[in-house]
Design a binder for this molecule. Structure first.
Ligand code: PLP
Length: 461
C-alpha cells in the first residue's frame, strides 16, 4: 500500500511513552519476574530458545484456548503471535486435541511408518501439486535436508539465498541475516556474513545472498557464480518474506525467479515454513501460482506439535529414492505429530477456515490502514492470508536494504508494549508480523485496531 504525507514522530515522545508502558507491563508481570529469577539458574537466559529472551524478563505463559492465552500472572491476552505462526488453528483445538489424545493411547513412537503419515503426504501432495513428500521435526531440519537434496541432485555445493531471510538455525543458512546494514555491501555483490558465532567460515562462503524482489540481481549473481566455477545447487527463498514484517513479491518476480533457476539448472526451494498453511490451503504455491522444485513446511503443519515436511517433484526426490541422499531422522513422521497434522489438514484448515482468515485479515488490515490515514502516521499495513503487520516505515519496504534503512525499531518496541498492556499478545521484534487464527473474530481484530489507534493518537497529539 502506498504511503502518503505523514507526520514526523517526536523521538522524545516515543521514549517517554516507552518508559511509561514498560513500567506498566513490569507491574503487571511480577510473577514472570519472580519466575525468571528461578528459571535463569538452570535454563540459559531463563528460556528454551534465544528468540524467547526478553529484557528485563520473559513473559511466561500458562495456557491457551482458542484465540486467547494467559500468562502466569493471570493476565489474559488475545493471541496475535500464535507461536510464530504455528497456531493458525487456535489453541487447544478440539479436533487436534482429540486426535492426539486418541493416538497417545495407541503408542506415541515407533520409528516405523504409520497410516497417518501416508494420509498427510497425500493431502499435502494434493494441496501443493507436488507429488513426493518426506517428514522432519522442524523448519530448520526441513531447509537443511532440502538443501542437501538439491546439492545431491545437482552435484554442486554453493547455495543462493535472499539477503536478510531466515531459514532456520543450521550452518548453511545462518548467513547474511541480522547483520549491520553498513556491512552488507553492493547490491550486485552482497557479502556472505555469519549470523552469530560458531559457523565455519568455509560454510559461510558457500552461501551467497541476493536482494529480494530483484530478479536481475539474482540472475547476474548466478551467472557470476558459474564464471567463478562454483555454480549454485539451489536458490532457497521465502516466496513472501515473513521476517521483515511482511514483504510481498512484486508482480512477476516469482515467475522470473522460476525462469532463471530453470534456465541455469538451479533447483528452486520455496521455504514455506511460515507461509505454508497460513496464507492458503496450498501455501504460497497456490497463492502466487509458481511451483518450485522443493518446498519446506513446518510450524502450522503439526497444529502445535513439532513437525516439518519437504515436498517436491519426482525428479527432485529421485536422489533420495535411489539412496543417494540419506534423508533420515528418528522422530520423522512421529505418530503424534502425524495424527495432529492429519486432523489439522482434513478437519480444521478447511476451505471455510481459509475464507474466514482472508476476510478477518482484510478487515484488520483495512482497520489499521484507516488509523494510519486518520493520523497521517508514517507506515502502511500489509499482509496475506492470516499474516500481516503495520510496517512502521514511510517508504515501501521491498527488501533488506529498504527495511534496514526505514523500519523504525523504537516504534516497533513501543507498539509491542501498547499491545501487551491492552491484552494483545504480539510477536516481539520489528521483524515480526501477526498470525491470525481461525478462532479469531472480527471483534478481536477491532481490539487490535483500537490499541493501534491509541498508539497513533498518543504519538501524534
Ligand atoms: C521461513 C523459516 N524457515 C525456517 C525456519 C526454522 O524453523 P524452526 O524454528 O522450526 O526450526 C523459520 C523459523 O522461524 C522460518 O521462519
Amino acid at each position: 500500500m502506498a504511503t502518503g504525507i505523514h507526520v514526523e514522530i517526536d523521538r522524545a515522545r516515543i521514549k517517554e511513552l516507552t518508559e511509561r508502558e514498560a513500567a506498566k507491563l513490569d507491574a503487571r508481570t511480577q510473577g514472570s519476574r519472580e519466575f525468571y529469577a528461578r528459571a535463569q539458574q538452570s535454563l540459559v537466559g531463563g528460556v528454551a530458545s534465544s528468540y524467547q529472551v526478553r529484557d528485563p524478563w520473559p513473559i511466561y505463559l500458562s495456557h491457551g484456548k482458542g484465540a486467547q492465552v494467559w500468562d502466569i500472572d493471570g493476565n489474559q491476552y488475545l493471541d496475535f503471535h500464535n507461536g510464530f505462526g504455528s497456531m493458525v488453528q487456535g489453541h487447544a483445538h478440539d479436533a487436534i486435541s482429540k486426535a492426539v489424545t486418541e493416538r497417545i493411547g495407541l503408542g506415541s513412537h515407533f520409528a516405523a511408518p504409520t497410516e497417518d503419515a501416508v494420509v498427510v503426504a497425500e493431502e499435502l501432495a494434493r494441496r501443493w501439486g507436488l507429488p513426493k513428500w518426506r517428514y522432519v521435526n522442524s523448519g530448520s531440519e526441513a531447509t537443511m535436508d532440502a538443501i542437501r537434496i538439491a546439492r545431491g541432485a545437482t552435484g554442486r555445493d554453493t547455495i543462493v539465498k535472499i539477503f536478510g531471510s531466515y531459514h532456520g538455525h543450521h550452518d548453511y543458512v545462518m548467513v547474511s541475516i541480522g547483520v549491520d546494514y553498513a556491512m552488507i555491501g553492493d547490491r550486485f555483490d552482497l557479502q556472505s556474513l555469519s549470523y552469530g558465532l560458531g559457523i565455519p567460515q568455509a560454510v559461510v562462503e558457500m552461501t551467497v545472498a541476493v536482494p529480494f524482489n530483484d530478479a536481475e540481481a539474482m540472475e547476474r549473481r548466478i551467472e557470476r557464480l558459474f564464471e567463478e566455477g562454483r555454480p549454485p545447487a539451489c536458490v532457497i527463498m521465502e516466496p513472501a518474506m515473513m521476517n521483515l514484517g511482511v514483504v510481498l513479491p512484486e508482480p512477476g518476480y516469482l515467475e522470473a525467479v522460476r525462469e532463471i533457476t530453470r534456465k541455469h539448472g538451479v533447483m528452486l526451494i520455496f521455504d514455506e515454513v511460515k507461509t505454508g498453511l497460513c496464507i492458503a490451503a496450498g501455501g504460497a504455491v497456490e497463492r502466487f501460482g509458481v511451483t518450485p522444485d522443493l518446498v519446506t513446511l513446518a510450524k502450522a503443519l503439526g497444529g502445535g506439535l513439532p513437525s516439518g515436511a519437504i515436498g517436491g517433484t519426482a525428479e527432485a526426490f529421485e536422489v533420495v529414492e535411489s539412496g543417494g541422499v540419506v534423508q533420515v531422522g528418528t522422530y520423522n513422521g512421529n505418530p503424534l505429530s502425524m495424527a495432529a497434522a492429519r486432523a489439522n489438514l482434513l478437519e480444521v484448515m478447511t476451505p471455510d477456515a481459509y475464507a474466514h482468515l482472508d476476510s478477518l485479515n482484510e478487515h484488520l488490515l483495512a482497520g489499521c490502514q484507516m488509523v494510519i490515514e486518520k493520523y497521517s502516521f508514517p507506515g502502511y499495513s500489509v499482509g496475506v492470508g492470516s499474516k500481516g503487520c503495520v510496517t512502521f516505515s514511510p517508504e515501501k519496504i521491498t527488501d533488506y536494504a529498504s527495511f534496514k534503512a526505514n523500519q523504525d525499531a523504537e516504534l516497533c518496541e513501543l507498539a509491542w508494549l501498547y499491545n501487551m498492556n491492552r491484552g494483545i499478545f504480539m510477536t516481539p521484534g520489528r521483524e515480526e508480523e501477526w498470525t491470525l487464527s481461525i478462532t479469531h473474530s472480527f471483534e478481536d481484530c477491532n481490539r487490535f485496531v483500537a490499541a493501534f489507534e491509541e498508539l497513533a493518537s498518543d504519538l501524534t497529539s
